[in-house]
Write a protein that binds this ligand. Structure first.
Ligand code: TYD
Ligand code: MG
Length: 445
């Protein structure tokens, strides 16, 4: 393999060997990005046919290894696949190293050989952390190295033959085979390709850790996301304890599941019953507060949506959202202004999802609308009521997916009443039909 540096225009894909300020083909300025190609690869011409394999279901299932951390395994679709390359990303300080250390220790405890390669922290630092969070004897099969040089890391893997490798992080590793600083596109892509080879050829799963940049993208634009099998995103508010693990891409399972953790003194603790955490500390009879049930993957849980309306200081009122899409708040406020004859054009609207959770499910629309109305009218919603429904632009309330699952969660938590465009019935839970915003206004009178 002979790696050569080239420059690719990010607008027209033109390739050149020299960097220029302007693309010679499409004329775009400052659009050339450094990249690397294998200049000999075109010489490899496959003449022999390739052996065709039949798919065996058993094979692919038995190859998964579970970490024993349920919230982590679930997001992956039942554990790490035997030859998978996983990318774990998230903001600096969110807990990526902590999570992968905990996964490593649990795996090592069950007898798997784990190699944790860190270019970020010293062996002493990580050992101290491991002792603090694990509280048991550190398993023999857990090994730790501090390294920056990719080729030495690969040599160590070949010699040590672990069952799992953690590489923390891609930004601190570099290869002597390609040019560029650690963290550059060329380096990042090469490192990912080398680890892909380790995963596929040697059958050793690798978790590669990568930070995201300030604008939320992965360092090493998209290159990594395309290459790896699975992209896990660890998120949460750094100043709150709640952390969520989601799969943004998963070649081995769905991308719907969310793993919920709480960052404590003793490391990450799994949150097995999210509804309880989200409802903890909730004041009864609070103005501008409404409850809903969201569904993440296969799991329903109850959330509190809070809204605050306040007369605007300027002629252009503010709408701010934390924990949900700001555009949704703008849109639903406009729906209220127009269809509910609730004057909102001189009102600031602030919305918050309690507990630091980020919700993407449109089923919480109705609760959001009810919370805004409650704040605007200075009147609380009735206790023990949850609202489920997506609200459309003509103020209609639409039914939501997985109605039964959501209702069952409410019944389990002792709710007595649910409002929404709901068909299903469940023992002990009264349904009040809300087919549009006018129905909701009537119920709130
Ligand atoms: P870390 O895993 O180092 O983040 P990342 O690898 O994503 O950059 O976690 C960093 C934060 O987590 C740090 O600010 C302290 C906090 N933390 C705890 O609160 N409790 C703990 O037991 C650990 C290990 C970390
Ligand atoms: Mg780290």
């Amino acid at each position: 393999m002979k790696i050569k540096t080239i420059y690719v225009c990010s607008s027209c894909n033109e390739q050149t060997t020299k960097w220029t300020g302007k693309c010679m083909r499409c004329g775009a300025w400052d659009s050339l990005i450094e990249d690397a190609v294998d200049s000999e690869s075109h010489k490899l011409i496959e003449t022999k046919s390739i052996e065709v394999r039949k798919v065996s279901l058993e094979d692919s299932f038995s190859k998964r290894i579970t970490s024993g951390i349920e919230e982590f395994d679930r997001v992956l679709g039942g554990g790490i696949v035997g030859d998978g390359l996983l990318l774990l990303t998230g903001d600096p300080g969110i807990g990526k190293s902590t999570l992968s250390l905990q996964v490593s220790l649990e795996m090592a405890k069950s007898g798997k050989k784990v190699l944790y390669v860190s270019g970020e922290e010293s062996v002493d630092q990580i050992s101290m952390r491991a002792r603090r969070i694990f509280k048991q004897e550190i398993p023999e099969s857990f090994s730790l190295v501090n390294a920056h040089h990719l080729e030495s890391v690969v040599a160590t893997i070949k010699k040590h033959k672990p069952d799992l490798v953690i590489a923390d992080s891609v930004q601190t590793l570099s290869s002597e085979k390609v040019s560029g600083m650690p963290g550059s596109i060329v380096q990042t892509r090469h490192i990912a390709e080398v680890f892909m080879d380790v995963a596929k050829r040697d059958g050793i799963p690798v978790i590669l850790i990568g930070h995201v940049t300030k604008d939320g993208g992965l360092a090493g634009p998209k290159v990594l996301e395309h290459l790896v099998d699975t992209v896990l995103f660890f998120e949460g508010d750094r100043y709150q304890n709640l952390r969520m693990l989601r799969a943004l891409k998963n070649r081995f399972g769905s991308t719907n599941e969310v793993g919920i953790f709480s960052m404590k003194e003793e490391g990450l603790v799994e949150v097995k019953n999210p509804s309880e955490i989200f409802l903890k500390g909730r004041k009864s009879g609070a103005i501008g507060s409404a409850l809903s049930v969201t569904l993440e993957g296969t799991r329903p849980f109850v959330l509190e949506i809070q809204a605050l309306t306040n007369s605007a200081d300027y002629s252009y009122p503010k709408r701010a959202a934390s924990g949900m899409d700001g555009n949704r708040v703008q849109l639903l406020t406009a729906v209220l202004n127009k269809h509910a004859k609730l004057k909102m054009d001189q009102q600031d609207v602030y919305v918050n999802v309690a507990g630091g959770f980020r919700v993407r499910d449109p089923a919480v629309d109705l609760a959001l609308v009810a919370a805004i109305i409650s704040s605007r009218n200075d009147s609380p919603l009735p206790e023990q009521v949850a609202l489920i429904g997506e609200v459309g632009l003509s103020a209609e309330v639409r039914p939501v997916s997985h109605e039964e699952k959501r209702l069952k969660e409410l019944a389990k938590l002792g709710f007595k009443e649910v409002w929404g465009n709901i068909e299903k019935k469940i023992d002990g839970l009264m349904v009040k039909k809300v087919t549009d915003i006018h129905d909701l206004m009537k119920l709130l009178k």
